[in-house]
Design a protein around this ligand. Structure first.
Ligand SMILES: Nc1ncnc2c1ncn2[C@@H]1O[C@H](COP(=O)(O)OP(=O)(O)O)[C@@H](O)[C@H]1O
Ligand SMILES: [Mg+2]
Length: 387
């Protein structure tokens, strides 16, 4: 039986969401396949690693005694030498468990942004989802737009700045934005998700304040021109060489609460049930499939797939697009390499059950690893002899 280690929690603002993604959409379905020995690897907010059967249960994390209970679990060590091995020590003995496939379930910083992928890459263990490079690019809103733009994928006009530059000369940054963009504008920390630190601004003063807020969160900021007549759509995609789209989905959270973390994550089950194509999904209430004209729907699927290829995504990712519904223009917005709950509700509607989804993702990870392992890495030379 293959051992699959699921990594979740982590030093990110999306720590809690990661726990839900891991426990409900990954660990449980992986166990249900009956194919794997599933290890929960929980990383706490301070960066301690734990692996214990108790960590597969949501009750452990919801308990009022959480801190106390966790203090009774012994942190683990890891060995990265020729594969990934988890080291569990107790007073009596040391146990080593070799991991066959790693399944990252960490959103945001130190997880989804390539940090964990770099570690897994060094260990040489197959891992689920986007590789190091794609994760790094996807989690930087500026880099992602720079890369897709060179592949002629349209995005709304934007400029960027660093926090240092903004602190030194805010007026220059404001002048640059005003010169190149029309109001309203959106100011965003380049590396964060969940609308944290994002502001919609309609004048110079608001822009100045928004820059100050955003620079509290990040050292790189993107300022975008607002898309008018906005229809937002999102597309989960799965695959390596031959990516397949799920259904185009239209989140129905309103523009007013766009920055509202609660709306996205906490009211998901309350705002709507499942009726008339409306689904309470991972990010709140949504329309699935998006009820937009067929030609626009098909074009959005194409744009999504182009973005996936352009950024070098593999395994799975979710591409978000902004549509100006009067002009029928589709703009690339961002890519989430680890969509909350894997967007399992969407895949289910597209005919892929949760159990099948995680099994496919593990297979895709092994497939990508297999191809890389076959690459020639040895180059013989007499360099050392000549020295
Ligand atoms: N350029 C834009 N024009 C109009 N609305 C936008 C624009 N950028 C962001 N938004 C709104 O803000 C939300 C959050 O922005 P987004 O870039 O998706 O950040 P996050 O990473 O936090 O999801 C979007 O879902 C959308 O509703
Ligand atoms: Mg978004």
């Amino acid at each position: 039986m293959k051992t699959v280690a699921v990594f979740f929690g982590g030093r990110s603002t999306e720590h809690d969401i990661s726990i839900i993604t891991a426990l409900t959409s990954i660990i449980k379905p992986l166990e249900l396949t009956g194919l794997y020995r599933v290890l929960p690897v929980y990383i706490d907010r301070s960066g301690n690693w734990y692996c214990d059967e108790r960590l597969s249960h949501i009750s452990f994390f919801r308990s009022k005694q959480f801190e106390k209970n966790l203090s009774q679990v012994k942190p683990i060590g890891v060995k990265l030498s020729n594969g990934l091995t988890l080291l569990m020590t107790s007073r009596i003995k040391q146990r080593e468990i070799r991991v066959d496939v790693a399944f990252p379930a960490m959103h945001g910083t130190y997880g989804e942004d390539g940090s964990l992928m770099g570690l897994l890459e060094m260990a040489g263990v197959p891992y689920v989802g986007c590789n190091l490079a794609a994760s790094v690019i996807a989690m930087d809103k500026v880099l992602a737009k720079q890369v897709t733009q060179t592949d002629n994928i349209p995005s709304t006009p934007w400029v960027w700045c660093t926090a240092a530059e903004t602190a030194l000369n805010t007026d220059t940054v404001i002048a640059r934005a005003e010169e190149q963009l029309a109001w309203p504008m959106f100011v965003k920390p380049a590396h964060l998700g969940s609308s944290i630190g994002i502001s919609r601004v309609t004048n110079r003063l608001e822009l100045r304040n928004a820059l100050e807020v955003a620079t509290h969160y990040d050292d790189k900021i993107i300022i975008e021109q607002g898309v008018a007549n906005l229809v937002e759509v999102t597309l989960p995609i799965m695959g390596n060489e031959a990516p397949r789209p799920a259904l185009l989905e239209r989140p129905l959270t309103t523009a007013k609460d766009f920055f509202d973390f609660d709306t996205k994550y906490l009211q998901g089950g309350k705002k709507g049930g499942k009726a008339g194509g409306k689904t309470a999904g991972a990010q709140g209430y949504s329309e699935l499939p998006a009820d937009i004209p067929k030609t626009l729907y098909d074009r959005a699927i194409e744009v999504g797939l182009e973005v996936y290829r352009s950024l070098g995504c593999s395994g799975t990712a979710r591409v978000d697009m902004l549509i100006d519904s009067k002009k029928d223009e589709i703009y690339f917005n961002e890519v989430n390499p680890l969509p909350g709950s894997l967007y399992a509700h969407n895949w289910r509607a597209a005919g892929v059950a949760g159990v099948e989804l995680v099994e496919k993702l593990v297979t895709l990870a092994e497939e990508r690893h297999g191809i890389l392992a076959k690459r020639t890495r040895i180059f013989s030379s007499s360099f050392l002899q000549q020295f």
